[in-house]
Ligand binder design. Structure first.
Ligand code: ATP
Length: 778
């Protein structure tokens, strides 16, 4: 979830009275928005208010519905699902008299800025309120409902939108608050269903939410390697869908698959706009394929539960940004929507986003599916193409001509990370769909050097790998030079590999560099090679996102939530939690933000004694202030390598002694639990995208290097060849291929096993700011 906040430009702006509201359907993460808005507003010297029950609260008004919020009022809500300030659908706000009343109530409460978290309806309402505001206040003044003084003071209303919706259906933002939590719930449910489907050799038709948007169904289809999906954006004709689905399902069954999963978006339709119900899908599977088939409609389960880490972080960073945005805006700035673009928090014009979103629905309703698809972001289309390639891998005629088909190997290097198996599944099925031959090198370079551990990948044997944790092909930390690089080259020659995909962390990075450097000596390494970064530490140069870091964060945060609950129940207790990550403070930083920990100590900063002293002082103050209240449990996160003198135990001991009788301190070490069990939905879908991109890279780069394969004067330094050994990284807002040579030389702190530049510094400040931690600068 390595999301990045935007830069702050709002500190010198006039103070405002900022209200936050949640509206429309509830979504996990809405509480985190409220938490972040309230605390950031207070931090910036503004007053914070919560509008209860959505627009209903604005129309009703009074302190019961428009309530001033203190810092403590949002304590502990970050991890809670739903929205504690309530949400509602409000008919009266749709009419002008309702909005006049809302305007009056806001002026009475002194509100001059409103942050709305909701779906497109809620944001349309917000923009309407703002555009009508001059006429609303004029009407109130003319009717003597407000004074001239109030009229002048409230001439400007600033509005800002954050999209809270599990459907992920808003244009111009890559993710809406709640969508990834809903996806996680769906994946968990399908994982459970998988076991029973497999046991009884059954088919399950799983219905998921999404009226005009197939994002949940598509992403769940990828993350659970479903056999077939129905989404509104890409309908089949009412005559064909049965044949198409049955052909794919029947082929999978013929190849030995014992279970069938079909995912249906609730808005699934045919190209002539007839609704496709789960029951119809079930009947077809029963009647045509004679499969024992059940329907599971997930319904509101998808909205429930605690937000996943991604949503907590997205909501927190967007809440912070929304406050900055309302402080930045003047009467001429169009209302902003806080969005996300390739991991960066951005501002977009709110009404434009709503307009494009509505036009998707209109396009679907007028059967203009091409337009509907074009209005979705490019990643959606990429995911859909990937899904279709992967799920027809075993039976369709491969798409490449014979002369373009390659032998491609995949290897895991380093510690296990969530998504490693998913990458093998996606790589292999995509290879099969193209006509390439996929191979797995088992047990890393050590396995290959010790004995011949190369196996071609068989479709049925990897059938469930998308959703399982660990590394099925085995992984270890040995690099080629740690073993016997000559033997490794020999096997590359023997199998005539045309391309290599490495999946792993820093050791994989070093391995790739070694293979590239050895190309002069061993022609069998003169093939395109791609590294997919996969490590919980997120310390691979060239990327801001490694596979496995999201799985790790979720495992850690789940663990921390339990600790916090226990600490709250016992009252007046703090847990010092030891966090993995080598020399990288990434996990500790983002886990601190996602759990509302009182602070985190990371290797990049070490533990400064005056900072520790300040932290203990503020803990004491907090515990005194909160005496006898609920949700008082607290956490401090400490990266193992933040200090080897001030160990987790020593820190807890110091805090306990200093805490005197005010509070108690204990340690907790989650250890390898942080590698996570099942990969998170984010790591699964990311693995699929990266693995397929890696295969595409090999396809493109192969001809460039082929002519050099047996050249006597092979030049390792040749820049065009350097581009054929790369790290596939997410950086500067895009997925890109970075030549390993340059990264290794210029961007790597080898002794620390870290990239030279880290990107989470600003996030550390935000995490601290949201818990009121004072930073002592050295
Ligand atoms: P979801 O995606 O969960 O449906 P939503 O925000 O789109 O969320 P809506 O029911 O469409 O949900 O809108 C929520 C509330 O926003 C409405 O009950 C109404 O009070 C207000 N609202 C919606 N559309 C408008 C509009 N065009 N003008 C004024 N207010 C509106």
């Amino acid at each position: 979830a390595g999301l990045e906040p935007a830069a702050d430009s709002s500190s010198s702006k006039p103070k405002r009275n900022i209200a936050v509201m949640t509206s429309g359907g509830d979504a996990p993460g809405m509480n985190a928005v409220v938490y972040a808005v309230v605390r950031t507003a207070i931090f910036k010297g503004c007053k914070a208010f919560a509008v209860k029950e959505g627009y209903e609260g604005l129309v009703r008004g009074g302190p019961q519905y428009i309530t001033e919020m203190e810092w403590q009022d949002v304590r502990g809500i970050l991890s809670e699902g739903g929205t504690n300030i309530g949400t509602a659908r409000c008919m009266s706000f749709r009419e002008r008299p309702g909005r006049v009343q809302a305007c009056k109530n806001m002026i009475d409460a002194g509100i001059d800025a409103l942050i709305v978290c909701g779906g497109d309806g809620s944001l349309t309402g917000a923009d309407k309120l703002r555009s009508e505001w001059p006429s609303l206040i004029k009407e109130l003044r003319d009717n003597n409902q407000i004074t001239e003084e109030q009229y002048i003071k409230h001439k400007q209303l600033n509005i800002c939108g954050i999209v809270g919706s599990i459907d992920n259906d808003m244009a111009t933002t890559d993710a809406t608050v709640g969508a990834y939590s809903a996806l996680a719930r769906i994946c968990k449910a399908v994982d459970y269903i998988d076991a029973t489907a497999n046991s009884h050799s059954r088919a399950f038709v799983v219905e998921v939410m999404g009226r005009n948007c197939g994002w949940l169904a598509l992403m769940a289809g990828i993350a659970t390697s479903a056999d077939y999906i129905f989404i509104p954006e890409k309908p089949s004709s009412s005559k064909d869908w049965q044949d198409q689905m049955c052909e794919i399902v029947a082929t999978h069954r013929a190849h030995g698959k014992r279970k069938t999963i079909v995912i249906v978006a609730e808005g699934a339709i045919t190209s002539d706009l007839k609704h496709i119900s789960s029951k119809e899908v079930k009947d077809v599977l029963v009647e045509r394929l004679n499969l024992d088939t059940r329907v599971t409609t997930l319904g509101h389960v998808q909205r429930g539960g605690t937000p996943v880490v991604f949503d907590r972080i997205l909501a927190s960073l967007q809440g912070v940004e929304a406050v900055k945005a309302v402080l930045d805006c003047d009467e001429n700035t169009p209302s902003p929507l806080i969005g996300l673009k390739e991991h960066k928090i951005v501002r977009r014009p709110l009404m434009e986003a709503v307009k494009i979103t509505k036009s998707v629905a209109d396009a679907i309703q007028t059967s203009d599916f091409e337009k509907a698809m074009a209005l979705r972001d490019s990643e959606f289309i990429e995911h859909l193409n990937n899904f279709m390639a992967m799920n027809t891998a075993d039976h369709k005629e491969p798409s490449l001509p014979l002369e373009k088909r390659r032998k491609i190997a995949i290897i895991h290097v380093g510690a296990p990370a969530g998504g490693m198996n998913s990458a093998v599944y996606a790589m292999a099925t995509y290879c099969m769909s193209r006509g390439h031959k996929p191979y797995a090198i088992h047990n890393g370079f050590a396995g290959l050097a010790r004995h011949e551990s190369v196996r071609s990948i068989d479709w049925l044997s990897i059938e469930n790998w998308m959703s399982i944790g660990g590394s099925e092909i085995g992984t270890n930390r040995s690099t080629p030079l740690d073993t016997d690089i000559g033997t490794i080259a020999h096997y590359f020659e023997k199998y005539q590999f045309d391309g290599l995909i490495l999946v792993g962390g820093f050791e994989a990075f070093v391995s790739l560099k070694q293979l590239e450097s050895a190309r002069g000596m061993y022609p069998s390494f003169r093939i395109p090679m791609v590294l997919i970064p996969a490590t919980i530490s997120n310390n691979v140069p060239g990327t801001e996102n490694s596979l496995g870091s999201d799985t790790c964060l979720n495992a850690l945060v789940e663990y921390c939530d339990v600790l916090k609950q226990s600490a709250s129940a016992t009252r007046d207790r703090i847990f010092v939690v030891e966090v993995q990550g080598g020399n990288s403070g990434y996990i500790a930083t983002y886990a601190a933000l996602a759990t509302g920990a009182q602070g985190s100590y990371v290797p990049e900063e070490g533990i400064d004694l005056s900072q520790l002293e300040a932290d203990i002082r503020s803990l004491k103050e907090a515990f005194v202030l909160e005496k006898g209240r609920t949700k008082t449990g607290k956490l401090i996160l400490k990266s193992t390598n933040a200090s080897h003198v001030l160990t987790t135990q020593v820190l807890a001991d110091i805090m306990k002694i200093e805490g005197n009788n005010e509070f108690d301190a204990k340690t907790a070490v989650p250890g390898h639990v942080q590698q996570g069990g099942l990969p998170s939905a984010i790591d699964r879908t990311r693995a699929a995208r990266l693995a397929i991109k890696a295969v595409q890279f090999i396809e493109d780069a192969f001809p460039q290097i082929l002519e050099h394969k047996y050249a006597v004067d092979f030049d390792v330094e040749d820049p065009s060849l350097a581009k054929t050994a790369v790290v596939l990284g997410a950086k500067s807002s895009h997925l890109r291929f970075f030549p390993i040579g340059r990264l290794y030389e210029y961007e790597t702190e080898l002794t620390k096993r870290m990239p030279k530049k880290i990107f989470w510094e600003e996030t550390r400040y935000i995490a601290d700011q949201l818990v009121g931690r004072t930073r002592i600068s050295k």
